[in-house]
Write a protein that binds this ligand. Structure first.
Ligand code: ADP
Length: 663
């Protein structure tokens, strides 16, 4: 076994690898970019070396620098994690040339599976079913269009070098084909430097089921059962589970054996995932499944497999890389219970999952135990920057069966609180509460289909949320004071009533708090409620609203409030007229950039009369397009905004002046 390994990654996966290395008595070397000098993986490792600027190209993708550090520090192996250099054949080759073991497959296997067309051909030769389509060399547009007719619509155009859903287009009919082809090619050229595409039949109702395989260097291969990753947004996974619900034992065996056969056929070594798409048009029973692609690395969602098998996949990776045989035979690999993983992202589901950046002022969740595991690379106080993936943590639960695991996940989400950046926490809660999801009635279109209810913003801010925010604002003023002394403490001109204004999503909410001898009368939208405080421990409240018990948590950061109550997460701002520049701007119709980026399109003319919600500007940021809409009706004024302009965080994009007919 290795004495010391280098981890060429960051975030939760670097921390995850360090944990197993420590368990095995292996010393760890971390590398970090300048943005990550005090990151969690740096704090956890035995040694750490800076490798360059924040941009991944200057740091985590700088293979030669990383190899030089491995040599200097005496690490005999490099674990690449996922992403970054993990599927880079040049890097794998360079490691072996430098006589440092790459903890992963051979460069040849990475290269073979790296291109979707090549991988499909290799799999077909190994007798693995692949999605019908065209994956040949002829890239002539007319030829491809004829092939598309043969395959039939709807179909998918996929960049052979694609990943992360990029370079992929769904084409519904012939008339869309040529423009979809050129745009897929353009995107693929820009993202991967390779514009070759393949065509594939589009499966309307599909489940994404993937198999975890493992192989050693002497030709043994096994499967560690399957994961269902059908819950996706923008073709990217958000929630994964194992085993795949409702999969029959026969089909589990068949899909597992097929995956193992595929691994053996390409003389694979180490951890790998064979992704299949299952056509569930006629249900899951005996449904046809097809190879989609192979990921030649550890997956983000590997913990669900660990939860149901009781195995440590990173340990297996280390053992196989060190030349050991596979620790278990197929028959000894058990499947016990059910596990879910939910990816907690800094993103705004209510705004097309726009990634968010900022400081994590608050991050608490239940203590890990047999049923709950937290994989996180970030602690309270850390920064979510624009440079890397906005994933904050992975919440992983285990239960005896699916419904028990579901219940655990609901509890975990309800008892997790994050403030400082918007997150998808409430979105995840809605998914785990969804009736169809609870009975495993889903396919890859689930999130799109249920999007409105899963991402709904509060049109009506829930009363408990406003009550909790108001109490939390006023509490510091009254703690340690006798009830009748409160007024002078608040300088309220001896009145026992306080009016507060909270804003959220460009709407304001008036809350009036009157102090009674035995509690409060709190009015929301002029309707009074009797409120009694039962308990307050730090940020946690237990109250009665008209006799109904409500528990919640409120995190205050100056005038910003994040309220967690019964799975709901609300972001409120306590509006103080005059003292409040940002909000005065918002109400005056000034729109600032949500994140640094480039103006890629301006959709209306300067001075146009626009409606509330009308898309006005497209901003390109964090490798995605974001639509900036009018916060209200009025006349748009772009000032100096021009196409291709770089804008920094918080910079004014445009202003919406009131139109004349508004008075
Ligand atoms: P990428 O490598 O960009 O992630 P994949 O080929 O892995 O692309 O596909 C990503 C997702 O797109 C799949 O999980 C599935 O939801 C969907 N998908 C891929 N191929 C098909 C297909 N032929 N029919 C329907 N959906 C598909």
């Amino acid at each position: 076994m290795f004495e010391k390994i280098l981890i060429a990654n960051r975030g939760e996966i670097a921390c995850r690898i360090i944990k197993t290395a420590r368990k095995k008595g292996i010393k760890t070397v971390a590398v970090y970019s300048r943005a990550d000098a005090s990151a969690r993986h740096v704090r956890l490792a035995d040694e750490a070396y800076e490798i360059g600027a924040a941009e991944a190209a200057d740091s985590y993708l700088n293979g030669s620098k990383i190899i030089a550090i491995a040599r200097k520090s005496g690490a005999s192996a490099i674990h690449p994690g996922y992403g970054f250099l993990s599927e880079n054949e040049e890097f794998a080759k360079a490691c072996e040339e430098a006589e440092i073991r790459f903890i992963g497959p051979t460069a040849d296997a990475i290269s073979l599976m790296g291109l979707k067309d090549q991988a499909k051909k290799a799999m077909e030769e190994a007798g693995v079913p692949v999605v019908p389509g065209y994956d040949g060399d002829d890239q002539d547009a007319v030829f491809l269009s004829d092939k598309a007719d043969e395959i039939g619509y709807p179909l998918l155009i996929k960049a052979v070098a694609g990943g992360g859903g990029k370079g992929m287009r769904l084409v519904e009919n012939r008339s869309q084909f040529s423009s979809a082809l050129s745009s897929a090619k353009r995107e693929a050229k820009a993202a991967f430097g390779n514009d070759r595409v393949l065509l594939e039949k589009y499966i309307r109702r599909a489940r994404h089921i993937e198999v975890q395989i493992f192989a050693d260097m002497v030709g043994n291969a096994v499967y560690l059962h399957e994961r269902d990753c059908s819950l996706q947004r923008r073709h990217q996974k958000i929630i994964e589970e194992a085993p795949a619900p409702d999969l029959s034992d026969d089909m589990r065996f068949e899909i597992g054996e097929t995956a193992t056969r595929a691994a053996k056929a390409i003389k694979y070594r180490g951890a790998g995932t064979i992704e299949f798409i299952v056509d569930v048009e006629n249900g899951l029973k005996d449904a046809p499944f097809y190879f989609m692609e192979m990921n030649t690395r550890l997956q983000v969602e590997h913990p669900v497999t660990e939860m149901i098998t009781g195995l440590d996949l990173v340990e297996w990776q280390l053992r196989v890389a060190a030349g050991e045989r596979l620790p278990l035979k197929q028959d000894d690999i058990k499947l016990n219970g059910h596990a879910f993983e939910a990816r907690l992202y800094a993103e705004d589901p209510g705004n097309n999952f726009l990634p968010q950046t900022g400081t994590l002022h608050h991050f608490t969740c239940p203590a890990p135990d047999l049923n709950f595991r937290l994989d996180s690379g970030i602690d309270q106080g850390d920064e979510i920057s624009i440079y890397y993936d906005p994933m904050i943590a992975k919440l992983v639960v285990w239960g005896q069966n699916r419904s028990e695991a579901l219940r655990h996940m609901r509890q975990v989400i309800k008892n997790t609180a994050i403030a400082g950046v918007k997150t998808n926490l409430e979105f995840l809660y809605h998914v785990f509460m969804n009736k169809a999801f609870s009975v495993a009635d889903f396919d890859t279109g689930f999130i799109e289909k249920h999007r409105a209810e899963l991402t709904r913003r509060f049109d009506e801010m829930p009363v408990p949320v406003l009550v909790l925010a108001a109490l939390s604002e006023l509490m510091p003023h009254m703690e340690g004071k006798d009830v009748w002394d409160w007024s002078d403490g608040w300088q309220l001109n001896h009145s026992l009533k306080v009016n507060l204004t909270f804003t959220a999503n460009n709407k304001s909410h008036e809350v009036g708090v009157t102090y009674l001898k035995d509690g409060f009368e709190i009015s929301v939208s002029d309707r009074p409620y009797k409120v009694k405080l039962l308990k307050k421990e730090q940020d946690d409240f237990s109250i009665l609203i008209d006799g109904r018990k409500i528990s919640g948590k409120v995190i205050m950061q100056k005038q910003d409030f994040t309220v967690f109550c019964d799975g709901k997460v609300a972001y409120l701002h306590h509006y103080i007229p005059g003292a409040d520049k940002q909000n005065d701007q918002a109400t005056s119709g000034t729109v600032v950039t949500p994140m640094p980026g480039k103006v890629s399109n301006i959709l209306v003319a300067d001075g146009a009369d626009v409606e509330e919600g009308e898309p006005l500007v497209i901003l390109e940021a964090m490798k995605m397009e974001h639509t900036i809409k009018a916060p209200r009706k009025g006349i748009v004024c772009f000032n100096d905004l021009t196409l291709e302009m770089q804008v920094s965080d918080g910079e004014v994009l445009f202003r919406i002046a009131e139109s004349d007919d508004d008075g």
